[in-house]
Design a protein around this ligand. Structure first.
Ligand SMILES: [Zn+2]
Length: 103
């Protein structure tokens, strides 16, 4: 499995240092099983998955194999999707549930 961490995700991890360990643990779990752990998002976030870390905190990520299965890469906002292997997970965002969706 390949992993990529977007700048916004890394910044959020720094900002929420108190839950860094919980995030790391969850990231490892997602890498093991991205589809089973993620809840597919809809609307503007179509193609993205979310996974709760703690209470309201969620991780938002993309799994390129899933991007492609959907067959609508144009809709899924996965940058450079066509250049990454199927087994790629991109960690996009981390944050409180409401705020993460609000961006
Ligand atoms: Zn993708």
């Amino acid at each position: 499995m390949k992993t990529r961490f977007e700048t916004a995700f890394l910044k959020a991890v720094k900002k929420h240092a108190a839950i860094k360990k919980a995030v790391q643990k969850k990231v490892d779990m997602i890498i093991e099983n991205p589809v089973a752990l993620g809840e597919p998002l809809k609307g503007n976030w179509q193609g993205f998955y979310s996974c709760p870390v703690k209470r309201n905190f969620i991780i938002i990520y993309l799994y390129c194999e899933a991007c492609r299965k959907k067959g609508d890469d144009a809709v899924v906002a996965c940058s450079e999707c066509s250049h990454t292997p199927d087994k790629t997970i991109k960690f996009v965002l981390l944050g409180p549930h409401d705020k993460a969706y609000g961006i």
